[in-house]
Design a protein around this ligand. Structure first.
Ligand code: NDP
Ligand code: 8X3
Length: 249
C-alpha cells in the first residue's frame, strides 16, 4: 500500500484529502495539533491503516522527532501533502499584529519547510516521491489587508518551484495546488472565532468545499509516474480573482 502523509488533517482540506486518499488505497499518516480531531478522522477511516502524529509544525524539534519515530510500516512515505496552515487576521500592514505575522510565517512557510526537511531525504534515497504543497490564489495575487498571508503563500509558490528543481534529479515530483475560496474552518481561524465575520466571506456565492479540493489532489497523486500536474488554480465558478466574486442577494 502506498503511504501518504497529510499535514493539517484534523480539519478542512486536509481532512477531506484523507478520505479521498483512503478510498484510493493509501495508508495514511495524519498530523495536526488537535488529537481528538485526528482520532475522529481515523475512526471514520476505520479500514485504512492510519498513524496519527500530534505536533505543531512551527516546532522544528517536535516535527523532526515525530517524523523520526515513525513505525517501520509507515516510514517510507510516497506522498507528502503539505497542507497545514492558516490565515491569522486581516488588516492593514501598519496595524498588523506581530503575533499573527509570526503564526503565518512560522506555520505556513517554516512549518512546510520543517516537515519537508524531515520527509524528503527518504524520498531522495528511494528515488521516488510526490509532494503536493497547498498554496493559494493569495500567493499569486495580493489583496488589500492580505499582506502577510499573501506573502506566506507567495513563499509557498516559490518554494514549490525551487523544490521541483532540486528534487528533479531524484525522481520526486513536486506540485502546488492553489485554491480560491474554500469553506472550511479557515475564516473562523482568520477572524479568531467571529462566526459572523467568517460567514460573510462566503455570502452570496457558492464557495468550493474541502472535498472539491481533495478530489483534485486525489487525481494528481494517482497519475502515472511520468505525469506531474505541477500547478493547479482551483476556483469557485463565482470567483475570478482574489477580489472579484459574483455575489447574489
Ligand atoms: P482549516 O482551518 O479547516 O484547516 C487547517 C489545518 O491546518 C487544520 O487541520 C490545522 O490543524 C492545521 N494547522 C494549522 N496550523 C497548524 C500548526 N501550526 N501546526 C500543525 N497543524 C496546523 O483550513 P483549510 O483546510 O482551509 O486550510 C488548509 C490549507 O489550505 C492552508 O494551508 C490554507 O492556507 C490553504 N488554503 C485555504 C483556502 C480557503 O479558502 N479555505 C484557500 C486557499 C488555500 P490543528 O488546528 O489541529 O493543528
Ligand atoms: C485563502 C484564500 O483569498 O481568502 O488562501 O486568501 S483567500
Amino acid at each position: 500500500m502506498p503511504i501518504a502523509l497529510i499535514t493539517g488533517a484534523s480539519s478542512g482540506i486536509g481532512r477531506a484529502t484523507a478520505v479521498v486518499l483512503a478510498k484510493a488505497g493509501f495508508s495514511l499518516i495524519l498530523t495536526g495539533r488537535r488529537r481528538e480531531r485526528l482520532e475522529e478522522v481515523a475512526r471514520q477511516l476505520a479500514s485504512t491503516p492510519t498513524h496519527l502524529l500530534v505536533f505543531d509544525v512551527r516546532d522544528q524539534a517536535a516535527t523532526e522527532a515525530a517524523l523520526a519515530g515513525l513505525p517501520t510500516e509507515f516510514a517510507d512515505i510516497d506522498v507528502l501533502i503539505n497542507n497545514a496552515g492558516n490565515a491569522h487576521g486581516l488588516g492593514p500592514i501598519q496595524e498588523g499584529s506581530v503575533a499573527d505575522w509570526d503564526a503565518m510565517l512560522d506555520g505556513n512557510v517554516k512549518g512546510l519547510l520543517y516537515v519537508s526537511r524531515a520527509v524528503l531525504p527518504g524520498m531522495t534515497q528511494r528515488q521516488r516521491g510526490h509532494v503536493i504543497n497547498i498554496g493559494s490564489i493569495a500567493g499569486h495575487e495580493a489583496y488589500p489587508n492580505g499582506n502577510v498571508y499573501c506573502a506566506s503563500k507567495a513563499a509557498v509558490a516559490m518554494l514549490s518551484k525551487s523544490m521541483r528543481l532540486d528534487l528533479l534529479p531524484h525522481g520526486v515530483r513536486v506540485a502546488e495546488v492553489n485554491p480560491g475560496a474554500v469553506q472550511t474552518e479557515f475564516a473562523q481561524v482568520r477572524f479568531k472565532g467571529d462566526e459572523e465575520r467568517a460567514a460573510a466571506v462566503y455570502k452570496g456565492f457558492q464557495p468550493l468545499t474541502a472535498e472539491d479540493v481533495a478530489d483534485v489532489i486525489g487525481f494528481m497523486v494517482t497519475r502515472p509516474p511520468h505525469v506531474n500536474i505541477a500547478e493547479v488554480l482551483l476556483l469557485p465558478a463565482a470567483q475570478a480573482s482574489t477580489m472579484h466574486f459574483r455575489r447574489e442577494g
